[in-house]
Design a protein. Structure first.
Length: 248
């Protein structure tokens, strides 16, 4: 924890830029992290102790200058206010969040390498981010890495983990990849999993699942109606009134 004097000497988030103003290289750098955010809004709808930032500056005191942020494509902090003071955050300053650093950060590699495997890895290591995920679906061969990598901070160093979806018990979630149709387009996206490795569905998938269940129920009811009608016709062929059976 910072001393009160040092904390008072640091700038507030109202005085700091919300990001580094570096434009994203492609639409997925905003789109895919926002899918994780929208999912989390449903999964943790009743929790008020978390914050998920997308392309937002994280200010900290473990670098050369607290006014220079690191800007993950996405990050998750647990144990902080969902809305800080009831308001939306402009940026995330660790010294304004009771010293709570993100527990999870995500970087998506694009055609312009951004130091994801070295510079940012070292920044997050010093900051103390427990889980660092690098998603590199297109350029992993170029970078001599895998398309999806999870690093965990163990003994102050990042160690590459195995398994997908990868479960993060300290977070209470797993993360992995999935292929699905989103907005009419078949594509791969990142998604959350529960501790039994069941994937959390998007709102659209849940709606489709409910429609499928309703259609299956309608079909079952129709099949029952047809069987009942066939039985009634058979009884009539035998001279039996199906509406006047013994016991009716």
């Amino acid at each position: 924890m910072l001393s009160p004097d040092l904390k008072n000497a640091l700038p507030t988030t109202d005085e700091l830029p919300c990001s580094d103003d570096t434009p994203v290289d492609n639409e997925d750098q905003n789109f895919l992290p926002n899918i994780l955010l929208f999912l989390l809004n449903s999964i943790w709808a009743n929790r008020m102790d978390w914050y998920f930032g997308v392309d937002m500056g994280v200010y900290h005191t473990t670098g050369v200058n607290p006014r220079v942020p690191v800007v993950p494509d996405a990050f998750l902090s647990v144990g902080v206010e969902r809305k800080k003071g009831g308001k939306s955050r402009k940026s995330y300053a660790v010294w304004e969040e009771n010293g709570i650093v993100p527990i999870f950060t995500l970087e998506m590699v694009s055609h312009t390498p951004g130091g994801e495997y070295d510079e940012k890895l070292d920044i997050y290591r010093k900051l103390g981010v427990l889980y660092y995920v690098i998603y590199n679906p297109e350029f992993w061969r170029r970078d001599q890495h895998q398309p999806f990598e999870v690093y965990k901070l163990i003994d102050e160093n990042y160690q590459l983990q195995i398994g997908e979806p990868y479960l993060m018990p300290e977070v209470g979630l797993g993360i992995g990849r999935h292929q699905a149709v989103i907005g009419g387009i078949q594509q791969e996206f990142l998604c959350w999993y529960d501790q039994q490795r069941n994937r959390y569905l998007t709102d659209a998938e849940q709606a489709q699942q409910e429609r499928s269940r309703a259609e299956q129920e309608r079909q079952r009811a129709e099949q029952e109606r047809q069987r009942a009608e066939q039985l009634a016709q058979y009884l009539r062929s035998l001279g039996v009134d199906p509406n006047n059976l013994p016991g009716n």
